[in-house]
Design a protein around this ligand. Structure first.
Ligand SMILES: [Zn+2]
Length: 123
């Protein structure tokens, strides 16, 4: 992969990382810290059983979305790190270079199309 494409992908990843961190912060999560995976919800006034039930549902949804974003954030950070240490763009399963077009379309890819296909078929 040429340096120009790599720079382009890195810029994209850095932007994506910032956006994910911002999304998580907006939701009350604390990305990149050891804080519990629970959003800081403002104390709500009413405390009837009905209120509690709907809060639990919302909280569960927020946590599962937050975990998804945190996973994406982790993948993004990992990709940026691998660009820095020179291992970016190598399939983690077979060690072959990942197709550049695939990386541009999905910069956090860590496996080549062949391995991905094999994995998907198995799943
Ligand atoms: Zn592979």
């Amino acid at each position: 992969m040429n340096a120009e494409s790599l720079e382009q992908i890195k810029a994209q990843l850095i932007e994506q990382k910032a956006r994910l961190e911002q999304d998580l912060k907006d939701m009350g999560f604390h990305p990149g810290t050891k804080a519990p995976k629970t959003p800081d919800f403002p104390e709500s006034g009413g405390n009837s059983d009905d209120d509690n039930a709907s809060e639990v549902t919302t909280l569960a949804d927020e946590i599962s979305l937050g975990e998804k974003l945190e996973d994406e954030l982790k993948d993004t950070a990992k990709a940026i790190k691998s660009i820095d240490d020179g291992s970016y763009g190598t399939c983690k399963y077979c060690g072959k270079p990942i197709d550049e077009k695939r990386l541009i379309a999905r910069p956090t890819s860590s496996s080549c199309i062949e391995c991905k296909k094999t994995l998907t078929q198995e799943a």
